[in-house]
Structure formats: structure tokens, C-alpha cells
Design a protein around this ligand. Structure first.
Ligand code: SAH
Length: 553
């Protein structure tokens, strides 16, 4: 199972059971009917639409309601059997677990896991599985079925009474209740070699080959395919690609691993490697005696993702940022933001720091990522706007540590406070604008004054970040004096406080009315240009916008 399952419930009576299931799948989110279920991760309006959308996205589904409701809701979208996610109906009191769909997606395995967790028995109805105690078409981790279509016919034959013999090493089959006969015509072959499939055989490839990449040439992929071919080995028998840490940032290597959907691991100590099978120009084939668990071998390339949470509300966070958070092993950031980044899982390590220790936090993030961990650095809004992204890049720029340079560093944007506030107010940033931080912690006040003078003279709309704080009480007043030299008292101002967060407030007023007391450190101040205007909105308050065109002079 790759994606985290979604747990759907219709009413609050199912919530206790849903929470028990969540204890088994901590990444699963509970979806509850809006207005009926409180305090769950996601609220939905329409049960059928939600179910179908999740199904189409391939999300494993655990639905706590009558099996009939699930069947009727999904009937219209039932498609190809090979591609369907597991779908299970679970009685809302946890007394029955019914695997409905996704036989090849592991639904029976999930049903057994769930049933064991809820201490009931799973309603398994798949005949092959019932008869043989295993699903031959879905071998366990480390083994891959060579050809599904051929496999289906093979299982039907066995169900029809044919005997079978096993060639090769498959410990899990020893426990299955197969009609084994050492002289049988039908044979299950467990082998890393590729071979022409015959109707009488079921070919299963154990993933016992690793490929050590010595040099990553541009046509690594075709080279690898040739080498496998000349060694008569199946690509499905590959467990992973391995390389020295010096190749960690090599794009050809990453492209090949992505194309082959194989994990890429880096080995510091060559003694860790599985035994050599054959040596080629740029690569070596390594063949272990049993399937290789790539995650036990060496280390992965560490990842450092710098994300912005947006202003606060979950729906204004980019899906890519949410995904990075879900995948993170370590999170670094100011405590308030880490708390905003939830729901997190207990095993995700939170490194909360004070808001001022930014360089230290950036270096800590690189140390963690260089050791192979998946690290996320959290900012509010956009990480590149008066936030952590620049600190992270500065730390990297200063560093001579090769391990830091090799980290998979990415910056994901977010909705910055100025954009979130502007959108609430209408479109005050509809024409040219600038963003200015009024904090003189990291730059001299004289520079801020000069920028304000020029921005005001240029009739730019201005958004002020960090407008005021206990330690910086007078700066906003001085800034406004400068602005007032160039702008009339009628100039429009928007104040957004805690936008997207509980207790959000939005206000439109004029420059003449604005005083420092109206503003605190959680406020974003937008000073309009000479063209910014407003008009009443039906709900009360105003729409504020800056027209797209500027008068010709
Ligand atoms: N990276 C953040 C800005 C950090 S500077 C971003 O892109 O939004 C911190 C300042 O941003 C605060 O002093 C305040 O002026 C503004 N700010 C951040 N979040 C805000 C919010 N939800 N509502 C209003 N202003 C906010």
C-alpha cells in the first residue's frame, strides 16, 4: 500500500471506531459529513462525490457504513481491476471488516490487518486466497509477479484442480495450502532470470539484484537495460540502484531511478555491498541470495524542503507543501508555525526554536538532511518573503561541506501575508507594488527611510511587513510621516490582522485616520497609491482595489 488510506464516516457514532483504525494507519485522515461530524481532519458535503473523487485518485478507502451504500456510490466509476485502490466497508462498531474492491491492490491484506487490529475476522471471499491461504497474484514485498494476465489463468487452473510444483526459493509459499506435487506439469518459478513465459508456469521475480553505478553516463538507462539483457536477468528483479555519495546530486542517476521506480541508496562503505554478479563498463550487477530490502542498505539522499504554510487556513496551503509536511521526518521552525503545520504524527520530530535563531536553524536543518533525513523548514506565508528560504540559502552559500551541497534542497512557495490580505480586501495590489519590512533588526533604519521615500514618490502601493513590535515601537510612526509627505490623507489603507487564522480582522481606512495603535506585529499594512479606490460591498465594509491602468501624463 503506497498512499495513506482515507477513513470516511457518516455520523459521530462511527468516530470512536474510526479513531481506532487511525491508530493502525496514523497517516490516514478521517473524513466526516459536514455539519454532522465535528473535530475530524476533513469535512465533506456529499458522500458519493467524495468517495468517487478519492477512488479515482487511487486512495485506499475504509468506509464505516453499510457495504451497499459504498457499492452503489462507486458503481458508476468501477473501472479496470488492475488499477483500483483497496476499498473496505467496516461496520461502524468495528464488528465486521468487508474487503470490497482492490484485490490486486492489497485489499485482503488490509482487511486481515484491520480485522486483527479490531479483533474480529475479515470477510475474505476471494476463492484463490481462501483455498490457498495466499494471493498468488500479489506476492509479498520483495517479489514481483512477471505477468498478471498469465497469472490469472494460472490461478484458475489451480482452482480447477491442477497440481503445482515450486522451483526456487519462496518461503511464504511453503506456508500456503497449495496442491503441491513434485511431478506436476504446472510450476511456480521463483527466479531473477527473465524467460519466455509458458502457459504452464507462474513466474515470480525475487528482487535480489542491486546495481552499483560506478559512473552515471547520460544513457545510463539503456546501458543498464543492455546489461540486464546480456545477463538474462529481468528488470523486475531489481531491488535498487546504489552509488557512492559523490554521485548523490547526479541528475542522470536520479532520472534512471525515477524511470525504473527504484529506490536509490548511497553507500559509504563498499563492504556493505551484496556479492558481485558481473562487472561492466560503468556499472556492476550485484546479486544477493534473497530479496534485498533497499531501506536496510546505505542511506538515501537527504532532503530539505523549505515551505510556506500560507497565511494560516489549511485550504490556502499548497498541496506540495502539505505533502512535504506529511513526508517529513524532522520539522524545524518557530513553534507557532510548527503547531500550525499539523496534523503531524507522533514520530515526526519537531525542532521548535525561537523566531530569532534563523541561521542556527538553517544550519541544523542541513546537518539533519545531510545525514539522509527528510527535513522540512517551516515559515508562515511564503518562505522567500522575510522568512527562512534566504537564511537556508545563506547557510548553504557559506558552507564548504560537500554533504550539504548534495542535499536535495527545494523551496516551495506559499501565499504571503500581503497577497492573502489583498485578496480579502479585493485587489489593492492590482497595479505595481512593493513589499517592505519595517524591521530594522537586519538592516539600518536609514535604508528603510530611503526606500520608503522612493516608493512613496514612485506612487507604488506598499505592503508593510513587521510593522511594529514591543522592541520596535516608533518605526511605524516614522514610516507614516515619510509616506504622508508624498500621499494625501485620503489615500486608502488596508489593515489585515491574523488573516486566515482564528479571530482574523480586516479593515479599510484612510491614511489620515491611520495611527500606530491600530497596528501590531500580527498586522499587514497596505498603503494604497493615488489610484487605489473603494466602494461598499453588499455584506458591509468595502471592496478596495487599485485599477490596472494608470492615467497617462
Ligand atoms: N513569510 C511571511 C512573512 C513573515 S514576516 C509571509 O510571507 O507572509 C512577519 C510579518 O508578516 C508580520 O509582522 C505581519 O506583518 C505579516 N503577517 C504574517 N502572517 C500574517 C497574517 N496571517 N495576517 C496578517 N499579517 C501577517
Amino acid at each position: 500500500m503506497t498512499a495513506a488510506p482515507a477513513i470516511l464516516i457518516l455520523g459521530p457514532s462511527a468516530l470512536p471506531c474510526a479513531r481506532r483504525i487511525q491508530a493502525l494507519y496514523p497517516q490516514a485522515e478521517i473524513h466526516g459529513l459536514s455539519g454532522r461530524v465535528e473535530g475530524v481532519e476533513r469535512a465533506y458535503e456529499d458522500f458519493g462525490d467524495t468517495l468517487r473523487t478519492l477512488y479515482r485518485a487511487g486512495t485506499p478507502l475504509i468506509v464505516l457504513c453499510a457495504a451497499g451504500i459504498v457499492i452503489r456510490s462507486l458503481a458508476a466509476v468501477l473501472g479496470e481491476k488492475d488499477r483500483e485502490p483497496p476499498v473496505l466497508a467496516v461496520a461502524e462498531d468495528g464488528s465486521a471488516v468487508v474487503p470490497l474492491l482492490g484485490g490486486l491492490g492489497g485489499v485482503n491484506r488490509m482487511a486481515r490487518e484491520l480485522a486483527a487490529h479490531l479483533e474480529v475476522s475479515a470477510a475474505i471471499t476471494t476463492s484463490g486466497e481462501l483455498r490457498f491461504g495466499t494471493c498468488l497474484l500479489e506476492p509479498p514485498a520483495g517479489y514481483v509477479l512477471a505477468d498478471l494476465e498469465q497469472g490469472k489463468g494460472f490461478v484458475s487452473d489451480l482452482l480447477g484442480g491442477q497440481a503445482v510444483r515450486i522451483e526456487g526459493d519462496a518461503p511464504w509459499l511453503a506456508e500456503a495450502k497449495l496442491p503441491v506435487d513434485n511431478h506436476a506439469k504446472r510450476v511456480i518459478h521463483i527466479s531473477p532470470h527473465s524467460r519466455a513465459a509458458s502457459a504452464d508456469e507462474l513466474l515470480i521475480h525475487p528482487q535480489q539484484i542491486a546495481v552499483w553505478i560506478e559512473r552515471a553516463s547520460a544513457d545510463l538507462l539503456s546501458e543498464l537495460q543492455q546489461v540486464l539483457h546480456s545477463n538474462n536477468l529481468a528488470a523486475q528483479s531489481l531491488a535498487c540502484l546504489l552509488a557512492a555519495p559523490a554521485l548523490m546530486a547526479n541528475t542522470a542517476l536520479h532520472a534512471a531511478a525515477a524511470q525504473l521506480k527504484l529506490p536509490l541508496r548511497f553507500i559509504d562503505d563498499a563492504r556493505q555491498l551484496p556479492p558481485l554478479h558481473s562487472q561492466h563498463a560503468n556499472l556492476r550487477l550485484l546479486l544477493a541470495a534473497a530479496p534485498i530490502d533497499a531501506h536496510q542498505l546505505g542511506r538515501p539522499r537527504g532532503r530539505l524542503t523549505v515551505i510556506g504554510l500560507g497565511p494560516g487556513a489549511a485550504e490556502f496551503m499548497l498541496p506540495a507543501a502539505r505533502q512535504a509536511l506529511d513526508e517529513a521526518q524532522d520539522l524545524l521552525g518557530y513553534e507557532t508555525y510548527i503547531n500550525m503545520a499539523g496534523p503531524l504524527r507522533p514520530e515526526q520530530v519537531r525542532h521548535c526554536t525561537d523566531n530569532r535563531e534563523e541561521m542556527q536553524r538553517a544550519r541544523h536543518a542541513f546537518e539533519l538532511a545531510a545525514s539522509g533525513r527528510r527535513v522540512v523548514v517551516v515559515s508562515s506565508g511564503d518562505p522567500g518573503v522575510f522568512a527562512m528560504a534566504a537564511a537556508v540559502l545563506e547557510a548553504l552559500h557559506e558552507s564548504t561541506d560537500a554533504e550539504w551541497q548534495r542535499v536535495d534542497l527545494q523551496v516551495f512557495p506559499g501565499v504571503s501575508a500581503a497577497l492573502a490580505t489583498a485578496a480579502k480586501a479585493g485587489a489593492p495590489l492590482g497595479h505595481d507594488f512593493c513589499l517592505i519590512s519595517l524591521s530594522d533588526n537586519l538592516k539600518p533604519w536609514a535604508i528603510i527611510e530611503k526606500r520608503l521615500q522612493h516608493a512613496a514618490a514612485a506612487d507604488l502601493v506598499m505592503a508593510f511587513y513587521n510593522p511594529i513590535s514591543k522592541a520596535r515601537p516608533w518605526q511605524l510612526g516614522s514610516a507614516l510621516e515619510i509616506v504622508r509627505q508624498q500621499r494625501t490623507p485620503e489615500t486608502l489603507v488596508v489593515l489585515g490582522r491574523d488573516i486566515g487564522r482564528p479571530g482574523e480582522t480586516l479593515r479599510s481606512l484612510t491614511l489620515g485616520e491611520l495611527t500606530s495603535e491600530m497596528v501590531d506585529m500580527r498586522t499587514l499594512v497596505i498603503i494604497g497609491s493615488s489610484q487605489t479606490c473603494r466602494f461598499p460591498r453588499a455584506e458591509g465594509g468595502d471592496w478596495v482595489y487599485t485599477p490596472r491602468s494608470y492615467p497617462q501624463t
